[in-house]
Design a protein around this ligand. Sequence first.
Ligand SMILES: [Zn+2]
Length: 472
Amino acid sequence: MNRTSITLRLVAALALLLLLLPLGAHAADAGAHAQNAQNVQGRELLSQLIAIDTTSEHGSTTPAAEMLARRFVAAGFAPADVQVVGDDPKRRNLVVRLRGRGERKPILLLAHLDVVEALRTDWHVDPFKLTEQGGYFYGRGTMDIKGAGAGLVIALLRLHREGFTPKGDYILALTAGEEDGVANGVQWLLAHRPKLIDAAYSINVDGGGPEIRRGKPAVLSIETAEKVYLSYTLTVRNPGGHSSLPTPDNAIYQLARGLDRLSSLKFPLRANATTRGYYAQLATLYSGTAAADMRAVAHDPSDPAALARLAASSPYNNALLRTTCVPTLLAGGDAENALPQMARATINCRLLPDEDPDHVDAMLKQALADPAIAIARVAPAQPSPPSPVDPVLFAQIAAVASSLWGPIPLSPYMSAGASDSIFLRAAGMPSYVFNGIAYDVDDDRSHGQDERILVSSYYQSLEFNYRLLKDL
Ligand SMILES: [Zn+2]
């Protein structure tokens, strides 16, 4: 091949490229332009939300709900589809409906508006002012969960602006009282306005999401189940008397002996569909015995020896594989110089979703082995059945996630804690907890000082929401 032919070929290739360039560049420009506008709007909205103090102590969710409602109406949403509701004037909720074609049932999108308290003196920046620094957005609620809540608002506004009509309605609920349970918005809506939020399933952005490992999003966690919270008091009563005249029966000793017996109570180990899926996914990130044990637990039925080894390997694995009960409070006695008339312990249990609370009562009674120790539930258990791992939905989420972060596996998981999804699941509505804000699992500052999210993660999440809501 001579020089001239190489040059000719180059010229031909360049000409072709120039011919194609304007088309491709134009489409890319439009996409980049829309994303830029989305980022500008997303930043501005997050900044507005952070600046509204929605703590239970000194703040209120109402101004945040009203500010967003005005925005939706100004954008052209029918006022009837934008409702600020709730009994408590300081704790109102916002419900917005983006109307679809009626080809599927509505999907509920959920975030809470309230945040936990933050003291200016504890922070290096003002917690109620959005601050960008070193690639992060700082502010109370950036991570829990105004960042993801703002992301849902931005997505609905953009879909509406572009004239996009989804297959079915999207219902956005931004609620109060998640953090302290006072005037909980989801409970209120279920009790008073169930039709307003009736949906096939819900996406709650209050957890989960792409986990950054070794510098990039490596797995997208979706919470499909939560353990059930149930506390008990154990009480021993005694006539008491003067402490100079001790009697053989003593309320404090009697309770202490019962607690000692209780310390060896272990609930049976077992995996459910969610934890099996979780360990199957996690096994791919480990090697050796740990990986083999995870695979053996992921198999149905699980291998009992592998279950035992895995549970013993960390408090977290133990919590995922069994119901747990642990004493958390202790009280007793009346005076330094009096025999105790009462001794009381509080036991906090976290039940596997399919555990029968009556069975837990019976197990405690048997372990305490003393009918004089009175057992009482502090509050009724809120049973919360796991949501099914829906293969169609999971494939849709995986496709959108891969378009942003490359091939990324989805991992269902069961939370040892609790979110508003327990109320929805208990009411019969499946709930999936995840969002699109990629985060480093070792840098989770929810509820803590200098709460932050990566700026790049926030902007990517806006695109993730937009693409996902176009698909569902
Ligand atoms: Zn939260």
